[in-house]
Design a protein around this ligand. Structure first.
Ligand SMILES: [Zn+2]
Length: 68
């Protein structure tokens, strides 16, 4: 049985989604749900998106700039 009759995005899999880990984005506070691409870096992921990442980096950079 090698037929792909049951794709990963199966509707019946919906209920299992909540078992995935999640945590809030440090920049915007929105909950991020675990993604497969984060499987290896999940503990290091802090931002939900590139925009938030820049936001966080910008804040850190300006803080450093203040100190000179
Ligand atoms: Zn965010």
């Amino acid at each position: 049985m090698k037929r792909a009759s049951a794709p990963a995005a199966e509707p019946s899999f919906k209920g299992n989604k909540q078992s995935l880990p999640s945590k809030p984005c440090v920049a915007c506070g929105r909950p991020m749900t675990w993604r497969k691409r984060w499987a290896r870096t999940w503990e290091q992921v802090k931002y939900c998106s590139e925009a938030c990442r820049r936001k966080g980096d910008a804040a850190a950079t300006s803080a450093i700039g203040e100190r000179r």
